[in-house]
Design a binder for this molecule. Structure first.
Ligand code: ADP
Ligand code: TPW
Length: 580
């Protein structure tokens, strides 16, 4: 106090005026000002001090073993929270490792910001061979929703604000922010610096649909005899859960969730048509797409899957250019999903009739038939375990814990888990998404565990797991409640291929037989289990969840179970010669 007392006001003002800050501090200040509290990344020149400072300033820095997984963690955090997840990398190779995740985020409409340190423009542009030299900004542009570079420390506030807005407004996506090393070291007056920061107001403004577009959509709905609602991950992202549920229930229209929209309404909901998926896609006459694109995952809205009769589509989306991307859309409703669905619900007036029992009854009949068939398959107990018996065990445990986050990748492992594991709560299922990408497993698991603070169960094909397996160390280092279950069938898809030449090399799809993935996590202090029966799997999973510790269960699956490429066998461009 004595010291403060002896300081005159003038001296304090003078001191403040001469105080300086630098680019490092400003980046952290700008992120914190915008309520960003976590950075996923991997350190090195020039961003090690940025990571240190973030931690010193009270942010969480989660360090990874490879940037792709840090990027995936950031992307899934963005999907879960509607705040852009942040991934921090070094230049050139670190940036490129992160770029896969950025591109995947953009493809899936997840908001994230990849921040990379970079070499100096002067050297890069003259290609003079700097340390980790690369024109990162231009490399990022085709794969990002937006890309920015900041050259002056006083523009850091603007750069971060623009990156946040670009990531979350309209259709969300990945944004690249390029921070040259020199920028981070630039100093500037502390007061001016603080004044240069921007707290973003209303980063993702609501976008109300035009009333005439709503009316058009309602008219189409009124004309429907066999309507269907298709919920996509955009609907899950929008966090309009109550509104969507009310619309579904009030309209009485059966619905299908895309994989990451599962749980938006509980999969056990009586209007869910999941168990009659092929039937409803074929038979529906009007389809209401809510935050779902008619891409390959929906057979582009045409062909055998959809039947000969042309459908009428209502499409609710924030992106006007999505409309008519594959087939004609009779009634586009452009806006944010919360506002659009609320408007549609309000439009369900006296003139609207719930679908008749002819339609709902036919669906119920199909569902019951298919569910009975599936139950019989699931009840079998083959030895060795197959995908179905292992998933039955997992399903029964997860049924008791609807709060658990599920990560899922692989081919057969993905296809079967998606249909067998019911979800009960929104934004709890994270998977290979729009690209069908392998390698999201541990990154998504870490992102989900860090963001929610809750248990994650990652159901992984053995090949899929391999892409991010080293992040087990990250999971153990941060003591995250992640239980990874590796469906180990000795190879990509299956483990039974043979080298037709009889040579020493194994076939392209085959791995080391009988590998013990559970031993990998033990190397880092985690808990490993080997499960050869559904009973062992149940016991191991219950223990893992009860402990909340990093765990890996090596689930031994029949190497002859499953099919090549899971359900996508038809997409393999096999040559006539190979088919022989
Ligand atoms: P899925 O793979 O589950 O079918 P997609 O990723 O193909 O889902 O589609 C998501 C769609 O949701 C995208 O077209 C995107 O523009 C849209 N979307 C994302 N967020 C919102 C939102 N808040 N409001 C409206 N549409 C949204
Ligand atoms: C980045 C191609 C699709 S599915 C898959 C690969 C390699 C693995 C399937 O084997 P797995 O699953 O995981 O053992 P299962 O359940 O059938 O036993 N590289 C990337 N993404 C993709 N999609 C591939 C390759 C692929």
């Amino acid at each position: 106090m004595a010291e403060a007392d002896s300081t005159t006001v003038e001296e304090t003002l003078k001191q403040q005026a001469t105080e300086t800050t630098d680019g490092f501090h400003l980046v952290i200040d700008a992120l914190k000002l915008n309520d960003i509290d976590t950075i996923f990344g991997l350190v090195g020149i020039p961003i090690t001090d940025l990571a240190r400072l973030a931690q010193a300033e009270g942010m969480r820095f989660i360090g990874f073993r490879h940037e792709q997984h840090a990027g995936n963690a950031a992307a899934i955090a963005g999907f879960m929270t509607q705040k852009p997840g942040i991934c921090l990398t070094v230049s050139a190779p670190g940036f490129l490792n992160g770029l896969t995740a950025l591109a995947n985020a953009t493809t899936n409409c997840f908001p994230m910001i990849l921040i990379s340190g970079s070499s100096e423009r002067e050297i890069v542009d003259l290609q003079q061979g700097d340390y980790e030299e690369m024109d990162q900004l231009n490399a990022a542009k085709p794969y990002a929703k937006a890309a920015y570079r900041v050259l002056h420390a006083e523009d850091i506030g603007v750069g971060v604000a623009r990156a946040i807005r670009a990531a979350v407004s309209g259709r969300p996506g990945g944004v690249y922010l390029d921070l040259p090393a020199k920028l981070l070291a630039q100093t500037l007056d502390a007061v001016k610096a603080q004044q240069s920061l921007i707290k973003v107001v209303d980063a993702a403004p609501r976008q109300l649909p035009a009333p005439d577009s709503v009316k058009r959509a309602i008219d189409v709905l009124k004309s429907a005899k066999r309507p269907l609602i298709l919920l996509g991950k955009g609907a899950a992202y929008a966090q309009a859960d109550a509104e969507i549920r009310a619309f579904v229930e009030q309209s009485g229209i059966p619905y299908l969730p895309m994989s990451m929209a599962k749980g938006l309404l509980p999969d056990t909901h009586e209007q869910s048509a999941s168990a009659a998926r092929s039937f409803v896609l074929l038979e529906a006459d009007v389809v209401v797409l809510i935050g779902a694109r008619l891409n390959w995952l929906l057979s582009h809205g045409k062909g055998k899957t959809w039947g000969a009769e042309p459908k009428k589509f209502v499409q609710v989306d924030i992106s006007p250019t999505e409309i008519d991307s594959n087939v004609a859309i009779a009634a586009p409703v452009i806006g944010d999903i919360g506002s659009c669905v609320a408007a549609l619900r309000a439009g369900l007036d006296a003139g609207f009739r719930k679908p008749g029992t002819e339609w709902t009854g036919a669906i119920a009949e199909r569902k019951n038939k298919n569910l009975a068939k599936m139950a019989a398959t699931l009840d079998k107990n083959p030895s060795p375990m197959n995908f179905h018996s292992a998933l039955r065990a997992i399903r029964d445990v997860l049924k008791t814990r609807p709060d658990i986050n599920v990560v899922n990748e692989g081919a057969n492992t993905l296809d079967y888990a998606r249909s067998i594991i019911d979800m009960y709560e929104p934004r709890k299922r994270f998977d290979s998404g729009t690209w069908g990408i392998m390698g999201i497993g541990m990154g998504f698991a870490i992102g989900a565990a860090v963001t929610s603070g809750k248990q994650v169960v990652a159901i992984e094909g053995d090949s899929a797991f391999g892409f991010s397996g080293m992040e087990l160390e990250t999971i153990c280092r941060y003591d995250l409640p992640v239980c990874t279950i590796v469906f180990n069938n000795n190879g990509v898809y299956r483990g039974t291929d043979v080298n037709p030449t009889g040579g020493k090399d194994v076939a392209p799809t085959v791995f080391v037989k009988g590998a013990r993935y559970d031993k990998m996590i033990e190397a880092f202090g985690g808990i490993g289990h080997n499960a050869t029966t559904p009973e062992e799997l149940t016991k191991a999973l219950l223990e893992a969840i009860a402990s909340g510790k990093p765990t890996l269960i090596n689930a031994v699956i029949d190497e002859a179970a499953g099919t090549e490429s899971g359900r996508l066998t038809n997409l393999n461009p096999q040559s006539a010669a190979m088919k022989k």
